[in-house]
Ligand binder design. Structure first.
Ligand code: WTA
Length: 645
């Protein structure tokens, strides 16, 4: 799986990059020598109403636990993304929107136009009574209005909670209730891969379970009229009545910017909270460090704004840096596997940033779909979301980039706000499958199960020992859960949940999650969430879910299901359970394999031994390890015999 071939920095990059090897060393040195000075210097890239005089005031220790950056600074995030560019480049393109349908018409917005749209959306929100600190749920397709809504919240100090448009009404309702949001922004329908998604109808269904919901703003995208209720407002009607200027709310650096729900090992998804100053700095800084973007570049992050990648690298990072950002409504391989490359040609994209799962799917369809396109505008290729297998890396490099574009593999998490371990194109030699080296100011460690620090070339669990500006601040409504989840496994350190190898050159190779989180197509899914959905079905007594290797998705979902007494296993029931989970959570949570199991391997104290279930799902049944502590070792034989291939 590993490939130690070194890809040196191409000459052109070494000569022209903003950060070359010497400058990168200087950044590391400065960050180590005087962190406060270093971070306050970096913070100057933002426009502050009141510049901060303090940097890191965080502690990972139980006694004085808390994450706090630039505590006395004041700024507005939306002002940093639009207003401050108006004088110098108000007429430059800020946002290019590419529709799902290749025959459709792209939309373009200058920084001035973006600014006006954001102000209008902000005024509509204000007219609905939204004020600083209120939570606004955004359940949108990938259309420009989604960007306007997000930035409008930032402008007036409302906290946005974007919920991926692929989530079910049930999942949406849970997220509305958790942060007690009274207003949802949605669209009549969404479009993806030629199919429509009934977003407004989903919101109606969610509203039945979420009584706090008072208002729904509906963006019209189709001619067909969706049924409206007394809660609903058409955005086009509301926006016609408001002005295109709106004062920006002055915010403390530590005022919340957004909540984003993400899956963990246990329980319900948690609301990861990011704040204004530190998050925006980390978004902008990492976007520049890793991607060396400059005015004139056309940047395309092919994620969905429902995930953190979309927040940081479709919107906040590039817009804060004044870079043109592309937003694409559809799928990379629809109508066919050339589509992603055609979009690059159409808009002369200079950097594309996508996920290994997309690359593996495109690779399967063969090189002809790539070779049929030009791609000469590309100078950099990015990847994120899961470990990239060296084969996909080499294909991306050789076929897509024709050998001339460095691959920027960025390791990070919803919790980290932006990239943490990643190359700088003008300074870092690359190895296929390695996210390379920590960014300046980031201090990772590898530790063993007991927390002992492992030095040199080694493999262990990845922790971060010092705070950084983009670190999440809390779990919405449950600060104790934040502390318990991330800072108690290895006291005094932030535990990422990832396993990792470090080679003799100090390069980091993420090996995947070591907790009960599965990474399906670069999307995080908690095994506990899928299990709770399964046991809600009246025929299911018990369920245990683990990850299994999957060619395209990276990991697939393997579910062991014990039925209630008297219920018969069948292929029909398997299908029923699959669609049951889709309805409860969303298509991304659909189990790839369901094995009916009369019993699950449990210890005498009743704990399910997932290690064994993982091995069976992986097809690795020769080394199941010690099963003598099981209450009934015979269940293992049955599981092995009836494994679903
Ligand atoms: C995984 C996505 C290897 C990792 C930004 C992490 C990666 C989880 C990479 C976070 C990468 C993300 N190489 N693994 N370049 N990027 N991961 O919160 O397991 O959706 O913990 O954030 O994805 O997923 P999340």
């Amino acid at each position: 799986m590993t490939d130690d071939t070194l890809y040196p920095v191409p000459d052109a990059w070494a000569r022209h990059a903003r950060i070359d090897a010497a400058k990168r060393t200087a950044l590391y040195d400065a960050a180590a020598a005087d962190p406060t000075r270093f971070w306050l210097d970096q913070a100057q890239r933002l426009d502050w109403l009141v510049p901060p005089t303090v940097a890191d005031e965080s502690s990972f220790d139980e006694g004085d636990f808390g994450i706090r950056w630039f505590g006395d600074g004041r700024l507005n995030v939306a002002v940093n993304c639009t207003d401050r560019h108006l004088a110098s480049r108000g007429g430059d393109t800020a946002l290019i929107w590419e529709p799902d349908d290749p025959a459709g018409t792209p939309r373009r917005f200058t920084f001035l136009e973006l600014h006006q749209h954001v102000c209008r959306f902000a005024n509509v929100l204000k007219d609905q009574g939204v004020a600083k600190g209120d939570r606004v749920t955004i359940y949108m397709p990938m259309i420009p209005e989604a960007a306007f809504a997000v930035l409008a919240c930032a402008r007036i100090g409302a906290i946005h909670s974007v919920v991926f448009g692929g989530f079910s009404p049930e999942a949406l309702a849970g997220r509305i209730i958790d942060c007690d949001s009274k207003l949802v922004v949605t669209a009549d329908i969404g479009r993806r891969g030629g199919k429509t998604i009934p977003l407004k109808a989903n919101v109606d269904a969610a509203a039945e379970r979420a009584p706090s919901l008072e208002t729904v703003i509906v963006v019209r995208t189709a001619h067909d009229v969706v049924p409206m209720t007394s809660r609903d407002i058409w955005y086009d009607e509301a926006t016609a009545l408001v002005s295109d200027s709106c004062p920006a709310e002055p915010m403390d650096a530590e005022d919340p910017l957004f909540i984003l729900y993400t899956s963990g090992s246990t329980g319900k998804p948690k609301g990861v909270l990011h704040t204004s100053g530190g998050y925006l700095l980390w978004a902008a800084l990492t976007h520049e460090w890793c991607f060396d973007q400059r005015p004139g570049d056309i940047w395309w992050c092919a994620a969905d704004i429902g995930w953190v990648t979309g927040h940081t690298y479709i919107l906040y990072g590039p817009l804060a840096n004044g870079i043109t950002t592309v937003m694409y409504e559809g799928l990379p391989n629809w109508p066919d596997a050339s589509r992603i490359w055609q979009v690059i040609d159409r808009h002369k994209v200079t950097t594309v940033f996508t996920a290994p799962t997309a690359l593996r799917a495109l690779m399967k369809d063969g090189d002809d779909f790539v070779n049929a396109t030009d791609r000469s505008s590309l100078r950099l290729l990015g990847t994120v979301g899961e470990p990239i297998n060296p084969e996909a890396w080499r294909w991306y490099h050789a076929v897509v980039g024709e050998g001339r574009c460095p691959i920027i593999d960025t390791w990070w998490q919803t919790e980290t706000g932006g990239a943490m371990i990643a190359p700088m194109p003008g300074a870092t030699s690359l190895k296929p499958g390695s996210a390379t080296l920590p960014l300046p100011g980031i201090v990772p460690q590898l530790v063993d199960e007991k927390g002992a620090v492992l030095d040199g070339a080694t493999e262990g669990n990845l922790v971060i020992t010092r705070s950084w500006p983009g670190q999440m601040r809390t779990v919405w409504g449950d600060h104790d859960r934040f502390f318990q989840t991330y800072f108690t496994t290895y006291p005094g350190k932030y535990f990422t949940g990832d396993g990792c190898r470090r080679d003799a050159d100090g390069y980091y190779w993420i090996t995947g999650r070591v907790d009960d989180v599965i990474n399906v197509s670069g999307h995080r899914m908690g095994t506990a969430e899928v299990e709770s959905a399964l046991v809600l079905h009246p025929k299911v007594a018990e369920a245990a879910v683990v990850g299994m290797p999957h060619d395209v998705k990276g990991q697939g979902i393997y579910a062991y299901v014990t039925l209630n007494a008297g219920e018969a296993a069948s292929d029909d029931l398997r299908q029923t359970l699959r669609s049951w989970v889709r309805t409860e959570i969303g298509p991304i949570a659909t189990p790839d394999a369901i094995q009916f199991a009369p019993g699950l391997p449990k210890t005498r104290s009743g704990k399910i031994m997932r290690r064994i279930l993982r091995k069976i799902a992986e097809g690795d049944t020769s080394s199941l390890g010690d099963t003598s502590t099981l209450a009934d070792p015979a269940v293992v034989d049955d599981l092995v015999a009836n494994r679903v291939a």
